[in-house]
Design a protein around this ligand. Structure first.
Ligand code: FES
Ligand code: FES
Length: 144
């Protein structure tokens, strides 16, 4: 896969030095998700305070794109409300469709080139899908 050099460096930095890799003993949200096309998986945990993401952590096995994306996503959603986090997930979907999208946490834009490689879009989207699933879980539980 040929990606712009600067972007490739940002992605490799997140892969080799992942932000927020690990796990909490107590969390508000816990999601396990796998990428059905390759079997790679991610565990995402969120700590919420008054509907805001106080902290996020992930664990998983996966390719560099999927793990770099998880590192970026968990960093980007800190301090954001669940609505804001979902908006970011939508923006990320747009980026994966090759649309221009700007992120407050700019590192995410390094994944824009993945949109040209349909087979890898699922890798980059895995973490964001885990986030969506987590938000649905919180909202279902709080409506009980
Ligand atoms: Fe128990 Fe996440 S650590 S549900
Ligand atoms: Fe499995 Fe990328 S190849 S997540």
């Amino acid at each position: 896969m040929q990606l712009d050099d600067l972007y490739r460096r940002v992605i490799m930095d997140h892969y080799k030095n992942p932000r927020n890799r690990g796990q909490f003993e107590n969390d508000s949200v816990h999601v396990d998700l796998n990428n059905p096309t390759c079997g790679d998986r991610i565990t995402l945990q969120l700590k919420l305070q008054d509907g805001v993401v106080e902290a996020a952590k992930f664990l998983g096995e996966g390719c560099s794109i999927s793990m770099a994306s998880a590192s970026m996503m968990t960093e980007a959603i800190k301090g954001k409300s669940l609505d804001e986090a979902l908006q970011m997930a939508d923006q990320f979907s747009a980026l994966m469709q090759g649309e221009p999208a700007e992120f407050e946490y700019e590192d995410i834009e390094a994944l824009s080139g993945v949109s040209k490689f349909p087979a890898r879009i699922k890798c980059a989207t895995l973490a964001w899908n885990a986030l969506r699933k987590g938000v649905v879980q919180v909202r279902t539980e709080s409506n009980e």
